[in-house]
Design a protein. Sequence first.
Length: 716
Amino acid sequence: MTSRVSPAAALAAAFIALWSVTGSEARAQDSSPPPAADEPTLNAAPRPYNSLRPRRVRPRPVVAATPPKPVAAPAVAVAATPAPTAPAIPAPTPHTPMSAPELEAFVDGVVRRAMSRDHIAGVTLSVVQNGQVVLKKGYGFSNLGQRKPVDPDTTLFRIASISKTFTWITLMNEIESGHMRLDGPVNLYLPEPLQLKDQGKKTQVRLRDLMTHTGGFEDRSMGQLFERDPSRVRTLADYLRQERPRRVREPGLLPSYSNYGAALAGAAVANVTGKPYEQLVSEEIILPAGMRHTTFREARPWRDGLPAPMNGSLAANLSDGFSWTPMGWKTQPREFMGQAAPAASASSTAGDMARYMTLLLNGGVIDGKTIFSPKTALAFRTPMYRPAPEAAGWNAGFQDGPMPGNRRGYGHQGATLYFHSNMVIVPDLGLGVFVSVNTDSGANLPATLPATIVEHFYAPAPAVPADSAITYAQAKAYEGDYLTTRRAYGGLEGFINRITGSANVRATADGRLTVTEGGVSSLYNGTERPGVFKAVDGPLMLVFDANGDRPSRFYAARGFATYERIGFFRSASLLKWTAVIAGLASIVTILGVLFRNRREARQTPVQARAAQMQTMQAVLWLISAGCMGVFSAKAADQTLVFFGWPSGWLLSGSACALVAAALSILTLGALPMVWRGGRRVDSWSSGRKLAFTFTALLFVLLSVLLGLWGYLLPKS
């Protein structure tokens, strides 16, 4: 994913599927009889192709293989000339291939500095160019107890959302075979229990929308995407049925990364082919591509009703995941994501990923075997969706983005709680880079290494960063608070997402923009193109979209989401200061009860009850704030957040706030009688009445804000 919880809160996705070290073991495991596929029941809609007649095997051209050369991996076969109707894959731009020794020396320096700086336990990586493996290497350890080093050929790392690229290949194969349509509603290819509901939306979600992450779903992950206990892992069908997200906008409008959407696409392909997803991806991609150490299965005990677990020989070489603590590295329990296998469950080695990148660069052919067609290969290199011309977008499910030297690359990032991975293909250079780390603190290395390699060898950065092309006055128009579309839209998860998913944009005196999210800031230069900004330290682009004369949103530099401008009344600043002032008012209210002269407390019964209610509110607000504080302190360990969701502290704080909010409404209704007082007994001074009124209105405002943010209702 870059399943990303902003650095302040952390989120992510990730993990697993099968194939044995020996081909015979893998075939035995993956050829077990699949369970009978559910017959789809659709209302007034055609049935999937495989329910109408027996499935025909689509013939794939056999391509003559080029004999392997004595390099770290076999040379890649060159695809035969495609049929006249097939598009040609553009040839790489002429360039000087990288020197293997020079590349290794450079990468060694970058990786070892990152491992020291970011406390990374283990790294695996591979670089391919022009059909050859230029570099394949492991660093550090995969098991600290055994001091087991990372082996790039045998040590499996969890590649998380890079799994989605396998799903898109299987989907494109079915589209080319005529069994599915790119612009067909996904409901046509799903059994009735998994079909999406309208939820008030006029347009059906298409396969295209799933591939471009424009399905219009909210994004939920806490307490459902990751499992620590293997007994809690569900089937793909159960996960999709039980965790169906809210549709928050019409499909095709704005990008917002969705693990659910990718998992749904995998379920659709599995339903059309009549094969379990793990078996399908193994038979169509992993086995024929010779990826002997890649699997979508998980290292867990056997359980009836679930796909078979990971082969034992592969599980023995699966790297542990680590977190960095003040006491050093901590080995973490395994993460299970089999319930969303098409979106995130794959594990692989750097060696296998080298073969996979070679397959992508060579137009779908490897070792004389065609895995996908030249037409599909071209689709992976061609923008299917970009919200703006200069923005990052999606190429048939692959991330599309800028690279140094005015080049573009495609690929995918991936993250679990402890593993971070990245795969980037640069067709102009015939280049592919894969890198993965096994430590939660190591996200920066995979995110930056591919561009760093391209920059060093093909597009050296200027010694002095370029100046911004716009002035401070022009940059100031983009200032404001923006909120990500990739979030939950209600409940406690929505509340946390609104806190962690906001971005603050500020202009600098020299015409640059500083974008701060989760305490991490990035600096961008203005360009000659209105609304387009380029990162000072890299190729990433930030593109704003104007609604009239005022920028209304910007598109995330890596294409995962849209950030929409929010006004002051929806900003985190208003909630923060309202909560702070309400906290002080609560303390003053309680102190007033403790130290007020009781002999002067002559008051009407209504005033007495109103004072009691306000005191109860003050106590409840302070308890709620305390619970939230404890949760925030524990949230530094994202393991506790994802595996322990919803936190008891957060639920308790929400319950206290809900009761306090109800009392606030009652207190507000009593205000007229508090001011009226009694005919003979009314000892409340005007000052006390004003203080009471101010506190009552403040508590009501806090209640309204927390209600809008989702804090008062655990689920919404």
